[in-house]
Design a protein around this ligand. Structure first.
Ligand code: NAD
Length: 234
């Protein structure tokens, strides 16, 4: 579970642990990640923290090895860590573009590449890549974020086809506006006004979809995109 120290990742880690899964929180936020582990353990679940910068290929190798060493196997990979940009293309710097693409898109490539062998060995592997409704529709700003999230959607599909007979399913989840720290100081009322259900989503509502896709209940779902956006893209 990348980005498990906050928001959607934190809620998903708690949900999967509550369903009996052993969860590794992989994040750059050490203290917040350790706090999620303590919270899960206090609720009777199993969890561990590994420091992972998802843009590091060697970091990914270490994180997968640490996971298999700790829990003996790897059945589920949730590529959830992400950052965004907020400006129009005219003022977006190459540095911002490169950072957003590295954390939000390249990380998904590195994660699936690093975890592929262990997921195949599990015989019942599932990858859930957290994209965005902004990987499906544009907004007029945030060029790096839209490009990266759109890329995650097709990276998901092509990997799903490649692994279709190898016991690993790969799907993407596309949240709408969810009330997490990534929203920063964005005007919540404006986001709510643009959402047909007239509210923000809760991290738990994305966690429920991710957990479903990770589970055997979704055993015939692969290469598919699952939109959870309060009707935004309808
Ligand atoms: P968040 O900011 O609460 O959580 C993001 C997590 O990613 C944090 O724990 C952060 O430390 C971690 N992270 C950032 N850079 C990292 C790196 N280099 N290596 C490892 N971890 C790193 O935000 P969130 O809303 O929970 O976002 C989770 C995912 O959901 C992101 O991919 C985001 O783009 C996506 N998403 C969020 C929304 C929303 O409205 N909240 C909407 C659509 C998609």
């Amino acid at each position: 579970m990348t980005g498990g120290a906050s928001g959607i990742g934190k809620a998903t880690a708690a949900r999967i642990a509550a369903e009996g899964g052993s969860v590794v929180i992989a994040d750059v936020q050490d203290a917040a990640g350790a706090a999620v582990v303590t919270q899960i353990e206090n609720s009777g679940g199993k969890a561990a923290f590994v420091h992972l910068d998802v843009t590091s290929e060697s970091g990914w190798a270490d994180a997968v090895a640490a996971t298999v060493a700790k829990f003996g196997r790897l059945d589920i990979l949730v590529n959830n860590a992400g950052i965004g940009d907020t400006e129009p293309i005219e003022v977006t710097t190459l540095d911002t573009w490169n950072k957003v693409v590295a954390v939000t898109q390249t990380s998904v490539f590195l994660g699936m590449k690093a975890a592929g062998a262990a997921l195949k060995e599990s015989g019942n592997g599932s990858v859930v890549n957290v994209s965005s409704m902004y990987g499906i529709v544009g907004s007029g700003v945030s060029p790096a974020y839209h490009a990266a999230k759109g890329a995650v959607r097709l990276l998901t599909k092509t990997t799903a086809l490649g692994w279709a007979t190898e016991g690993v399913r790969v799907n993407s989840v596309h949240p709408g506006f969810i009330d997490t720290p990534i929203l920063g100081d964005t005007d919540r009322d404006m986001l709510i006004a643009g959402t047909p259900m007239a509210r923000l989503g809760k991290p738990e509502e994305i966690a429920a979809m991710i957990t479903f896709l990770a589970s055997d209940d979704a055993s015939f779902a692969t290469g598919a995109e699952f939109i959870v956006d309060g009707g935004y893209t309808a």
